[in-house]
Design a binder for this molecule. Structure first.
Ligand code: 5GP
Length: 194
């Protein structure tokens, strides 16, 4: 077995729209306190039950642009052509330096930027059990308008095709099982190389 390293690779969880990345991330936040989950900034408005500083830092476009211009974001993207999202850089670097198990839950554009800027990052693709199931989840959520859903479906098709760019795929057939598979790997990333 390879010796334990003091720092853990940055893990990026991405995947198609509505595959359940947010739900898996929320399950990990609640059940695996040893995982350090990045809190993104976003310019979109909070949904009911979302807490500023926990689920996102909700900021204005002006604040977002300033943060980005100052180099404060590790990656950033406009998602679904609607709002800006980004990962604050320094907290990620601190979490890595502290030997935490760092996890980002972001979109594909962001995952590609992280791949370029931090080549050692490990990219995990969360995939649906099937396309039909993905559509069912997308429509079932009911938080978007018809037009927004159409945009999300188009984005999801493109995103599904990106699986080959990733280091690993996890099927989100069950939130708890998928979260467990991810965290088990994060706790012992060396086992792939042994
Ligand atoms: P939602 O608005 O539904 O919470 O998230 C919409 C999308 O934005 C999801 O695919 C989510 O993964 C992505 N997202 C959340 N935070 C970030 C971030 O910091 N950077 C990027 N690139 N995408 C993000």
């Amino acid at each position: 077995m390879a010796p334990a390293t003091s720092t853990q690779p940055l893990v990026v969880l991405a995947g198609p729209t509505a595959v359940g990345k947010g739900t898996v991330a929320a399950y990990i936040r609640e059940n695996y306190p040893e995982v350090w989950l990045s809190v993104s900034v976003t310019t979109r408005h909070p949904r009911p039950r979302e807490v500023d500083g926990v689920h996102y830092h909700f900021i204005s476009q002006e604040e977002f642009d300033r943060l980005d211009a100052e180099g404060g974001l590790l990656e950033s993207a406009v998602v679904h052509g609607r709002a800006s999202y980004g990962t604050p850089r320094q907290p990620v670097l601190d979490a890595i330096a502290d030997g935490r198990l760092p996890l980002l839950e972001i979109d594909l554009q962001g995952a590609r930027q992280v791949r370029q800027r931090m080549p050692d990052a490990h990219l995990v693709f969360l995939e649906p059990p099937s396309w039909e199931e993905l559509v069912r989840r997308l429509v079932g959520r009911g938080t978007e308008t018809e037009q927004e859903r159409a945009i999300r479906l188009a984005t999801a098709r493109e995103e599904l095709a990106a699986k080959s760019e990733f280091d690993r795929a996890i099927v989100n057939d069950d939130v708890r099982r998928a979260a467990e598979e991810l965290v088990l790997w994060m706790r012992n990333p060396q086992r792939d190389e042994s």
